[in-house]
Design a protein around this ligand. Structure first.
Ligand SMILES: [Zn+2]
Length: 149
C-alpha cells in the first residue's frame, strides 16, 4: 500500500497476472490525481500521457478511450509551442492561395490571418517572415491601422 505524497489519501494501482508473475502499474491517488510515475501525474492538470495520447489518462496509467480530449486543442497547443511547426502550417496554407493566382505577399498575408484567427499565432513576428522583401517594406513604412474588411 502507498499513501499519496501530496494529500495522504490511500493510493491504488492496476495489477495483472501474466502467468510468471504480476505486473503493476504506477500508484495513483483517486483524490488529487497524484501518481508515482510523472508520466501519469494529473495532480497539476493534464498528465503528459494525456497530452501525448489525446485521451484522458488517470493517475494509475489507465487510458479512458471514451474521453478523447479535443483533437483541435491538441493541434492548437502543438502549433503554439513550436514555431517551426507553426511555420510549416503557415506555408501549407499560403501555397494554395498562390496556386490559385495570389501573389507571394497575398498568399502569405492571407495565411498569417488564418494562423492568427484559427490558432492564435502571429507568424508576422517569426524570423522566417521578416526577410520577405514586401514584409521589410511594410515594416519600414508608417505604422498602419488594421485594414477595413
Ligand atoms: Zn492525493
Amino acid at each position: 500500500m502507498m499513501d499519496c505524497k501530496k494529500c495522504g489519501q490511500e493510493c491504488y494501482r492496476e495489477s495483472v497476472d501474466v502467468g510468471v508473475g504480476v505486473i503493476h502499474g504506477p500508484w495513483g491517488c483517486p483524490c488529487c490525481g497524484w501518481s508515482d510515475d510523472p508520466e501519469y501525474d494529473c495532480s497539476e492538470g493534464e498528465s503528459p500521457a494525456t497530452k501525448r495520447t489525446g485521451f484522458h489518462c488517470g493517475p494509475t496509467g489507465m487510458l479512458d478511450p471514451t474521453q478523447p480530449i479535443e483533437a483541435f486543442e491538441v493541434l492548437k497547443a502543438a502549433i503554439q509551442r513550436d514555431e517551426s511547426y507553426a511555420w510549416s502550417w503557415h506555408c501549407n496554407i499560403a501555397m494554395p492561395y498562390q496556386d490559385e493566382g495570389a501573389s507571394h505577399e497575398q498568399g502569405n498575408r492571407a495565411a498569417a490571418r488564418a494562423m492568427s484567427t484559427i490558432f492564435g499565432v502571429d507568424v508576422t513576428t517569426f524570423k522566417e517572415w521578416k526577410p520577405f522583401p514586401w514584409a521589410i517594406a511594410i515594416a519600414n513604412a508608417q505604422p498602419q491601422g488594421r485594414q477595413s474588411e
